[in-house]
Design a protein around this ligand. Structure first.
Ligand SMILES: [Fe+2]
Ligand SMILES: [Fe+2]
Length: 295
C-alpha cells in the first residue's frame, strides 16, 4: 500500500508530469513546432489527419467524463486523489488533440460538426457503455472499462501512431509521447487497484468478463475501421511524390514498416499486440479474456 500511495500520489504526478516531461512544451509539443506543409496543403492527407485526430478527441472526452465521475465513486482516498490527477491529464489530452484540429485548419465554429462527421460509431458506442457504468455508480466496472480496456488498448494505438509519425511529423509525435507517458500511469493504476478489488469481490468476475467481451469488440472494430479509411500507403507515396516530398526513413513498429503496411497487416499487428498485452493484463487482475463477438 505504501508503494501504491507514493506511485499514485499528487506529489509524484507533479514531479514526473508537469514538472517533468511536460516542461517546456505547448499543447503537448515543442514550442513553435508546426504540422508539416504537405499535411496542411494536401486535401487527402489533411482529411486523414483530421479523421484520426477526431477519434483521439472522442476517446479523450470519454476518459475525461469517466475519470471525473469515478472520483466520487472511489472507495478509498488514495484512489480519489489519483483519479483527480487523471482527470486533469484527460482534460489536457482533450485540449491538445482539439488544438491539433485547429492546427489542421478546422475552424472553432466547426469543431463539433467536424467531430460529429468523423466520429467512429463503434467508439461512440464504447463511450456510451462506459459512461453508463459510471452513471450507475459501478466503480469496478468503470475502472475496468476505462483504465483496463479503453486505455490498455488505446495505449498501443498511440505507440503505433507515434512510431509512424516520428520522422514525418515530429510535432505530432511529441504530442503523442507525453500522452503515452500519462496513459502508462493510468493503466498501471487500473491494474493495481482493480486486481485487489476483484480479489476482494470475486462475485463480480462473471459480469466483468461479460463487460470485457462487449467493450473489446467496440475497441477492435474502431481500430479496424480506422485503418480501412483514408488513402492507402501507395496513395500516400503518390501524393508525396507529386508534392516533391521524399519519404524520409520510415517509421517501424513491431517489425512492420508502417508506411508500406496494408490495412490488414496494420490491423493484424495491432490486434496481436493489443490482444497479447491485453490478455496478460487481464490475467494479472484475475480476469479471463473472452473473445468478442459482433453484437
Ligand atoms: Fe487520455
Ligand atoms: Fe488516460
Amino acid at each position: 500500500m505504501a508503494d501504491f500511495l507514493a506511485a499514485y500520489s499528487v506529489q509524484n504526478w507533479l514531479e514526473s508530469c508537469p514538472q517533468g516531461y511536460l516542461e517546456d512544451t505547448e499543447y503537448g509539443h515543442g514550442i513553435g513546432e508546426k504540422e508539416p506543409d504537405v499535411v496542411l496543403e494536401n486535401p487527402a492527407l489533411r482529411e486523414q489527419a483530421i479523421r484520426s485526430t477526431v477519434q483521439l478527441v472522442m476517446g479523450e472526452r470519454c476518459a475525461l467524463a469517466a475519470s471525473s465521475g469515478l472520483i466520487n465513486l472511489a472507495p478509498d482516498q488514495a484512489s480519489k486523489r489519483f483519479l483527480a490527477t487523471q482527470t486533469l491529464d484527460e482534460a489536457r489530452h482533450v485540449e491538445i488533440f482539439t488544438h491539433r484540429l485547429y492546427d489542421l485548419g478546422v475552424k472553432k465554429s466547426e469543431l463539433e460538426s467536424t467531430i460529429e462527421r468523423y466520429a467512429n460509431p463503434n467508439l461512440v458506442k464504447f463511450a456510451e457503455l462506459l459512461l453508463e457504468k459510471v452513471d450507475k455508480k459501478d466503480f469496478v466496472a468503470g475502472v475496468v472499462g476505462q483504465n483496463v480496456i479503453l486505455e490498455g488498448m488505446a495505449f498501443h494505438v498511440f505507440e503505433m501512431m507515434q512510431a509512424a509519425s516520428e520522422k514525418t511529423n515530429p510535432k505530432f509525435a511529441h504530442t503523442l509521447s507525453g500522452t503515452i507517458a500519462d496513459e502508462r500511469r493510468h493503466v498501471g493504476f487500473g491494474e493495481n487497484r482493480i486486481g485487489s478489488l476483484i480479489r476482494e469481490n470475486p462475485e463480480r468476475k462473471p459480469d466483468i468478463e461479460r463487460l470485457q467481451k462487449e467493450m473489446s469488440y467496440y475497441m477492435l472494430a474502431t481500430f479496424g475501421e480506422a485503418f480501412r479509411q483514408g488513402p492507402s500507403p501507395e496513395e500516400v507515396d503518390q501524393i508525396l511524390a507529386k508534392e516533391g516530398v521524399k519519404r524520409e526513413k520510415e517509421g517501424e513498429w513491431q517489425g512492420v514498416k508502417l508506411g508500406h503496411a496494408s490495412p490488414e497487416e496494420l490491423e493484424s499487428v495491432l490486434g496481436d499486440t493489443i490482444l497479447k498485452e491485453f490478455k496478460l493484463r487481464l490475467d494479472r487482475i484475475g480476469i479471463e479474456y473472452q473473445t468478442p463477438v459482433q453484437p
